[in-house]
Design a protein around this ligand. Sequence first.
Ligand SMILES: [Zn+2]
Ligand SMILES: [Zn+2]
Length: 318
Amino acid sequence: MDLADEMKCNVPAFSGNRVNLEKHVLKSLAEKEDFDSFITYITQPRTQLQTFIKEEVQKYIFTKQKDRALTILKKNVNDINKHVSQALFTATSKVQEKGGDINMWVEEFSSFLKEHLTLGTISCQNFGDIKEFSFLKEEIEKGLTSIMEEMSCISLEKMKDFRLQPDQILIDQLCKCCWVTCPFCAALCTNTLENHDPDDHNVPFHRSVAVNGVHYKNTKIMSIEFCTTEVASNRSFYPDEVSEKLIPFKKYRTAGPMFKKWEITPDGSKLPFWKWFVCQFQKQLEDHYDLKFEGNGQIPREWKSHTKAQAIESLDKM
Ligand SMILES: [Zn+2]
Ligand SMILES: [Zn+2]
């Protein structure tokens, strides 16, 4: 078992799909009350999720499970040693048995290793004038011993030089899904397939569109509505900054390609997390978007009643 697998079992953020990962990212950002990272999450969700994976892997390897991580790493090094020694033995005896040449030896050696390790093609150029396979075997064994001596002092810091790092493995596994965001609130589609045509994009919980800086046209007034309430209303919207044509929310799919493939189910679901978020970062959101929560965009009194703990707890419904 490698480190990435081990973390998938032991780190709750890594033991599910991307929605689960997202939930842990939001929890961690809320705990830290880190507005700037929230903005990165809203505008570039993939970047923020990858940063989170990298930070958690660092924490796991260098603090929480340092000894365990080192044990796995050393075991992997020993396995490599074992495979190379076996390949040396197998290739040499096969070639001696069949009276083969150096090309056959290299062929046998690499095909044995390929079953166990990922490696590039071994070049025969430097072996051209070698006739004695037992000599070659000895030379390689000598080399291997010195490599193994070096590897036995391997440290976790050195792991950074490895080709496939555990954080990259986790990123590849957890980030393989749809990344399309809701045109109103910027929530991520939760489909686990990267391309799920002809199925529409979907997310169980939309947000207050204030999260995405949506405002009333030609004003500095923030809209605080949730997309799920808007699409049930008789109100209308402008699909973008320059558009002069109002589209009824009930016909939002006709507003353009960004809207066409989204299935936004009209309902009253409002995750307390986003109410808390808007209240908690009211000032920062106003400054960031250069907008105001006033008039139609005034924050309802009820929203302010949610504590941070309740907000975080509500994420479990995601
Ligand atoms: Zn939405
Ligand atoms: Zn999607």
